[in-house]
Ligand binder design. Structure first.
Ligand SMILES: NC(=O)c1ccc[n+]([C@@H]2O[C@H](COP(=O)([O-])OP(=O)(O)OC[C@H]3O[C@@H](n4cnc5c(N)ncnc54)[C@H](O)[C@@H]3O)[C@@H](O)[C@H]2O)c1
Length: 253
């Protein structure tokens, strides 16, 4: 088992990539603090994970609140006495061109995508340093590097996450490794929400996969496999890296 008894906090764990990462890490023996908003999905996931023979705890809340991130850290320490890693997946979209986007929508996108990552890092990094093999995985997006119509807040927030990952990687080495995962189009509820910004949303989702060199949408498990590699000792000399995982979308003109 690659993560036996390692304690990870996973945000966005009730759906999509966060959920796939939670299941993958649990199969590898990790103990998990699961964060999400949907209690029913959280309890369902908890039962699945318990069936895999490891321990987990679900704490529902809004990652945009600093106190909730502090509670995630406190809960991990109370339940398991240590924290070895974070997988930051919770994300949201404020859709609209710059001139149309309500400022509140811009602010909410940054609160959920960027402020939340900062709050969790701030609360957890002292504990991750104590672990000596602390590990942080930030889920950004290829939107950090290329434009998507009506996604200015999302693209800017994901670029900020890439920069935050690199900064944390340098400032908290060598005790903590920090890497950034930048997925392309992955088949989760999120991509359908994002496609609303296109004239024909169903076609936009279909094209997003079809137009990649590998000609399909990613699966949450594709990303979970990369997350497991980066979280494990197999990646012990990798920090500050930014991985695109996108079926080749970034390199296609
Ligand atoms: N699906 C894609 O094509 C794609 C591509 C690149 C990056 N991403 C990023 O991957 C991450 C995971 O998204 P996904 O595709 O798995 O989507 P998803 O909709 O399946 O999951 C998003 C998760 O974030 C949680 N969340 C959202 N806002 C929250 C809040 N305020 N407080 C607590 N939890 C909150 C949701 O409850 C859910 O568990 C996001 O950060 C997203 O930006 C997605």
């Amino acid at each position: 088992m690659k993560l036996k008894d390692k304690v990870f906090i996973i945000t966005g764990a009730t759906s999509g990539m966060g959920r796939a990462i939670a299941l993958k890490f649990a199969q590898e023996g990790a103990k998990l603090i699961l964060s999400g908003r949907n209690e029913e999905s959280g309890m369902f996931l908890l039962n699945e994970i318990k069936g895999l023979g490891t321990e987990a705890f679900f704490l529902p809340g809004d990652v945009a609140e600093e106190s909730y991130n502090q509670d995630l850290v406190k809960t991990a320490l109370e339940k398991y006495g240590r924290i070895d890693g974070l997988s930051v997946n919770a994300g949201t979209l404020g859709l609209g061109a710059i001139t149309d986007l309500p400022s509140a929508s811009w602010q909410r996108t940054f609160a959920v995508n960027v402020d939340a990552a900062f709050y969790l890092l701030k609360a957890a990094l002292p504990e991750l340093k104590k672990s000596l093999t602390g590990n942080v995985l930030i889920n950004a997006s290829i939107a950090a590097f290329k434009n998507f119509p009506n996604h200015p807040a999302y693209c800017a927030s994901k670029a900020a996450l890439v920069a935050l990952s690199k900064q944390a990687a340098v400032d908290y080495a060598p005790e903590v490794r920090v890497n950034c995962i930048c997925p392309g189009p992955v088949d989760t509820p999120f991509i359908h929400a994002s496609a609303v910004a296109f004239p024909d949303p169903a076609k936009a989702v279909e094209d997003a996969g079809k137009n990649t060199p590998l000609k399909r949408l990613g699966l949450p498990d594709d990303v979970a496999k990369l997350a497991l590699f980066l979280a494990s000792e197999d990646a012990s000399w990798i920090t500050g890296a930014v991985y695109t995982i996108d079926g080749g979308a970034m390199v296609k003109s």
